[in-house]
Design a protein around this ligand. Structure first.
Ligand SMILES: C[S@@+](CC[C@H](N)C(=O)[O-])C[C@H]1O[C@@H](n2cnc3c(N)ncnc32)[C@H](O)[C@@H]1O
Length: 187
């Protein structure tokens, strides 16, 4: 499955109505945005990948189809219903609720760091203190030569990303609802 199924879209929309600031969007990301998030990923070198804010799993599905044997996948989603459904769908992956637990979850798995960390978290609507904490955790958890790739719907977070990561490349995906900016960050 590459685009979200109708049941996933409905679940996502219900979660948005119940908790708009945490959900951050009315619908799952498109396959076009998914392609941009993973552009340039060298799967032969990724031994551990972390996903923050998985929602109904459009990026998780891509990870499942591309990761090579031996690559650990650690998926964070705070919503119990969405996380439970992903756990059933991807029994070989590791799951946790809060993205701010990233360093502790990685060390509990015996992997101190991740080569690729991707994010669907709605940083612009999360509390500022939480956003700062999560970005600090990401910086601490990136392996040498690793990348952090996040999307947002506005450029407002660019100065903040630049504070945490010396190198930030920005690209745009118009074929997404709403159009999204992709921030490709490295140390
Ligand atoms: C904009 S949705 C993105 C979902 C999916 N990645 C996509 O692109 O379709 C953001 C997701 O982040 C989750 N979320 C928000 N705060 C979180 C946190 N602190 N830790 C983990 N997940 C969080 C929300 O429940 C929601 O599912």
């Amino acid at each position: 499955m590459f685009s979200a199924a109708l049941s996933d879209r409905l679940l996502f929309f219900r979660k948005f109505l119940a908790s708009p600031r945490k959900t951050g969007s009315v619908t799952p990301s498109s396959r076009y945005l998914t392609g941009k998030i993973f552009k340039g990923a060298d799967w032969s070198k990724i031994r551990c990948i972390a996903e923050l804010g998985a929602g109904t799993g459009v990026f998780t599905d891509y990870i499942e189809r591309h990761r090579q044997s031996g690559c650990k996948a650690v998926i964070f989603e705070q919503d119990n219903r969405m996380r439970d459904s992903l756990m059933l769908r991807y029994p070989d992956m590791n799951f946790a609720a809060e993205a701010e637990l990233l360093p502790w979850v990685l060390s509990s798995l015996g992997t101190g760091s991740a080569d690729l960390i991707i994010s669907g978290l709605p940083f612009s609507t999360l509390p500022r203190s939480l956003t700062l904490r999560i970005l600090g955790c990401v910086r601490e958890s990136l392996a040498e030569g690793g990348r952090f790739v996040a999307f947002q719907y506005s450029p407002a977070l660019l100065p903040l990303f630049r504070r945490f990561f010396p190198e930030v490349k920005v690209s745009l995906e118009l074929r997404n609802l709403p159009p999204a900016l992709i921030f490709d960050c490295s140390l």
